[in-house]
Design a protein around this ligand. Structure first.
Ligand code: UT7
Length: 358
């Protein structure tokens, strides 16, 4: 949606992110077993050269392999930082929107678990949503938050994307196309209403799209609910446990990603009447550096406005956009008041774009 002048707009009150400490570079990745322990012999046939050339990823972060960290913990760190940045107490939150494809459990959603970890579970007036739009969750969640705030439904929303990918990757040559791409991390925003006549303040524009015919091109099934029993394999049996790991038609996803991100970026500019002179930064989802370079080339985006972090964090799915913005803010490039155009693409297929002022 693009909005006319209006008194209530959605302001980004705070931003925060978190990545676990363990750095796994491409070389080490090839030697890890599925408990993330480095073995003397190569476990996956891959190379630093292939990964950097085809994806741009140099390293990624993994949680400790002792079973102590949940997706909700990654989210908690990012949320606390975003709340501190906003000067908002957790008790003021009246809504949590949690985007993840790696939830703590199948159900309930991770939003309620985060609510408890934030110490506000008694605040029963805090609604908790989990959303399932994978790499597009940030834009889908931003659109939801914007609608809730503009209609006065909620006044303090925590939008968080967090992923613990490293426990659900196939550390053998079979899974190498997917495993090399992904990392663990979290990013969060705190959003609230502001009264202003400035049509370029806060969230200016959001658009969300989907094409379900791409659902099987990038998916992680784990189980099939139509079957009895719905989960019927030995998780340790490599010949039969393929359902435990993501599968991807890489080339099809790549082409659809470029198309969806280019089209949604161009539509964002056309619908708002903005040009790259009005926008400081383009923050694409971080799936593959070559996707982002192609999008910039086709959509005519000035190269010095494109922000990436995939080299350092890989693909962190729902977390990638807020994590990238916060990374570059910590490095002094992104500043409060900067206007950002973000576009994303993910499993579903889902995609979208947004323009907002930080
Ligand atoms: O976040 C959601 C959206 N996700 C994406 O947007 C990802 C989109 N897709 C991609 O990023 C790329 O398609 C990949 C990085 C996954 C794969 O790159 P590609 O250039 O499309 O390679 P390919 O799948 O065509 O594979 C080329 C070769 C194959 O070997 P053969 O059949 O030519 O002998 C693969 O088996 O590269 C091989 N290969 C690898 N080799 C070394 C695939 N993965 C690896 C690897 N290391 N990790």
């Amino acid at each position: 949606m693009s909005y006319p002048r209006h008194m209530i707009r959605t302001k980004i009150l705070g931003l925060g992110s978190y990545v676990p400490e363990r750095v796994v570079d491409n070389h080490e990745l090839a030697f890890l077993d599925d408990r993330h322990v480095r073995q003397p012999t190569r476990q996956t046939e891959t190379s630093d050269e292939w990964i950097q050339q085809r994806t741009g990823v140099r390293e990624r972060r993994y949680v400790p392999n002792d079973g102590s960290v949940w997706t909700s913990d990654l989210a908690l760190h990012a949320a606390r930082r975003a709340l501190a940045d906003a000067g908002v107490d957790a008790a003021e939150l009246d809504c949590i929107i949690f985007g993840t494809l790696s939830p703590d459990f199948h159900f309930p959603g991770t939003g309620v678990i985060l609510q408890t970890k934030l110490g506000i579970a008694e605040r029963t007036s805090c609604a908790c949503f989990d959303i399932r739009q994978q790499c597009s969750a940030f834009i889908y969640g931003l659109q939801m938050a914007d609608a809730f705030i503009r209609t006065g439904t909620y006044r303090r929303i925590l939008l968080v994307g967090a992923e613990l990918h490293s426990h659900a990757l196939d550390f053998t040559t079979r899974g190498r196309d997917v495993t090399v791409l992904f990392g663990d991390g979290a990013g969060a925003l705190v959003l609230g209403p502001v009264e202003t006549d400035d049509p370029r303040a806060g969230v200016v524009y959001t658009s969300a799209h989907a094409d379900g015919t791409g659902a099987s091109d990038l998916c992680l099934k784990i189980f099939e609910i139509a079957r009895l029993p719905y989960l019927d394999y030995d998780a340790r049996d490599r010949d039969h446990n393929a359902l435990m790991y993501p599968r991807m038609e890489g080339k099809r996803v790549f082409l659809h990603a470029v198309r969806g991100m280019v089209m949604s970026t161009q539509a964002a500019l056309a619908r708002t009447g903005m040009t790259w002179d009005d926008i400081q930064w383009f923050v694409p989802h971080q799936a593959n550096l070559r996707i982002n370079e192609k999008v910039a080339e086709v959509a005519g985006i000035p190269r010095d406005k494109v922000l990436n972090t995939i080299e350092l964090y890989g693909n962190t799915t729902a977390a990638s956009v807020p994590l990238t913005i916060d990374h570059w803010r910590q490095h002094g490039r992104v500043k409060r008041g900067d206007r950002i155009l973000s576009s994303v693409f993910g499993s579903g297929f889902t995609w979208g774009a947004a323009i907002f002022t930080l």
